[in-house]
Design a protein around this ligand. Structure first.
Ligand SMILES: Nc1ncnc2c1ncn2[C@@H]1O[C@H](COP(=O)(O)OP(=O)(O)OP(=O)(O)O)[C@@H](O)[C@H]1O
Ligand SMILES: [Mg+2]
Length: 226
């Protein structure tokens, strides 16, 4: 598949801020007059509403982007278990089919100027036999942005993630350091400089936010991704 206009949001772990970044980027792209498509190919840990798993990330991305394709296209696979995709799928007797994800993605791309795809968990999480999240990004022809929590341990996690991305031949636009924690540890003032010294391209830092704040930094991050 040719390189598409869009971005695959991955991370060094689960709960790093992928959805938050996706939502904020969708708002910025939309403000710029772009038709924004969104996709969350697999969502696990869905809350049950009336016994039906509800994919909160997919719905938040749709709301922020104003994208109105059917939910089953935006999010073809969803499971209630808060587990890795292959594990949750296995418990439900489902095999995740990359071809189905690609078909949904192509129809979304067709309707959009730019498509934001949110992975599940980190970059090396398996999606199905022989394919990881990073492999899916490659299959979709998307460049990636890596969300990294700004805290102790982020240097190791970032280097490992970027090495893995490189091994897949993925185009990584850069790293977003996310100030996830309200109470920051002693490493925070040093992490960016050390990562840059190691050759890591940091395209922005997402401040700790509350409510529906849209920090100025997201406008800068967006310029690297359009
Ligand atoms: N910069 C931030 N400021 C304040 N809260 C944040 C920030 N980044 C993330 N959070 C909060 O941390 C939690 C995890 O973020 P988010 O859901 O975006 O992570 P994720 O990587 O999408 O997780 P998952 O792997 O489950 O998809 C959310 O409650 C989110 O609101
Ligand atoms: Mg998410």
């Amino acid at each position: 598949m040719p390189e598409g206009r869009g971005v695959f949001i991955t991370a060094t772990d689960t709960s790093c801020g992928k959805t938050l970044l996706g939502v904020l980027l969708a708002r910025v792209f939309r403000e710029r007059g772009l038709k924004v498509g969104v996709m969350k190919p697999v969502e696990t840990g869905c809350l049950l509403e009336g016994g039906v798993p509800t994919p909160v990330d997919a719905l938040r991305l749709m709301e922020a982007s104003g994208f109105t394709a059917p939910l089953d296209v935006v999010n073809p696979y969803r499971f209630k278990e808060p587990l890795a995709p292959t594990v949750a799928a296995g418990l439900n007797g489902v095999r995740i089919e990359p071809e189905k994800i690609v078909a949904c993605f192509e129809s979304i791309q067709h309707l959009s100027d730019i498509t934001i795809v949110e992975g599940a968990g980190g970059i090396a999480v398996p999606l199905c036999e022989g394919l990881t999240m990073g492999g899916l990004a490659k299959m979709l022809g998307l460049s990636t942005v890596v969300v990294v929590p700004q805290r102790l341990g982020c240097i190791n996690h970032t280097v490992l993630t970027l090495r893995y991305a490189e091994s897949l031949g993925l185009c990584v636009k850069g790293v977003v350091l996310n100030h996830l924690e309200k109470e920051e540890d002693e490493s925070v003032p040093h992490n960016r400089r050390e990562l840059e010294r190691l050759g890591v391209k940091i395209i922005g830092e997402l401040p700790h936010i509350s409510g529906s704040t849209l920090p100025d930094e997201v406008y800068t991050i967006a310029t690297f991704l359009i």
